[in-house]
Design a protein around this ligand. Sequence first.
Ligand code: UFG
Length: 328
Amino acid sequence: MGGKILVTGGAGYIGSHTAQLLVDAGNEVVVLDNLSNGDRALIPDGAAFVEGDVGDRALLAEILSPDFDAVLHFAGYLVVPDSVADPLSYYRNNTLNSHGLIETAVNAGVKHFIFSSTAATYGDAGTEPVTEDTPPNPASPYGRSKLITEWMLRDTAAAHDLTYVALRYFNVAGADPTGRRGQVSKNATHLIKLAVEVLTGQRDHMTIFGDDYNTPDGTGVRDYIHVVDLADAHVRALDYLRRGGDSQVLNCGYGKGSSVKQVIAALERVSNQKVNALTGPRRPGDVAEVVAEASRIRGLLGWQPRYDDLELIVKTALDWERKRIGQG
Ligand code: UFG
């Protein structure tokens, strides 16, 4: 077992699922979260909690004592259209704050860093699955704000005694199958979250953003990955670094695409209800298809997804939403 682990954004959706697995594996975990988009109730029992902002460098220096060996950095903004409207907030939260955290970690002698990156670093890469060697070409300030952080990590690892894994998430969805946690984001923009809000009566309808793409059924295709498999990838990435593994950038997806219509159909099957989905125009900034070439992470980390099943993904998301609003 290594030292203590700092988990920024550990009260959020992906951070809290990961913090739970780290605690389950016997690690000493400290969650830092400002609760702007997370929820105190999602922090696992057994993790220490510091309420504060990852941009607070004095606080970071106070927390990161020599007994920490790893930082997992989830805290950040993640809504692509918001990043277009307010780029400087994204560069502050995702880039500047990461700079402060990396610098403080290096100064404190932290050896390992795991970073929440994104498939948005690829931009519109066409219809072939994207490999980690596909040149990044982010189409939004969001993607750029994350890519710059990857570059900071690469340069820092070359100059200092730090190794890192940047995990490029594809479309994360679903919830802990035991019902302890799931997505809580206010004003969600994500397909599966919106669709379950319709099914649970919180919205009257949803819109399919375009059915004239060059895809089999005309709707957008994405690589949906269950949040618990993604959390497990973080735990494995940390084990890998602790065993002396080299720094890596790794895609986190299943390597399989599902269309908007397929997602809605899966939800209708598991719920036995109709989703009120209207067809509307394309959403600006959307691409037709983004699917991971996902073999590197399996080979390197021995990662074996357990929830690679669209119905299971949408069912756990729906079960969580029902529970969250008291229908479960
Ligand atoms: N969609 C709809 N209706 C909705 C919401 C989404 O039809 O109400 C469609 C989108 O057009 C897209 C698909 O569902 O085809 C998925 O959209 P999401 O908003 O759920 O997710 P994105 O693919 O736009 O974004 C995700 C992550 C981002 C990341 C990006 C990288 O959420 O953080 O993938 O490709 F940057």
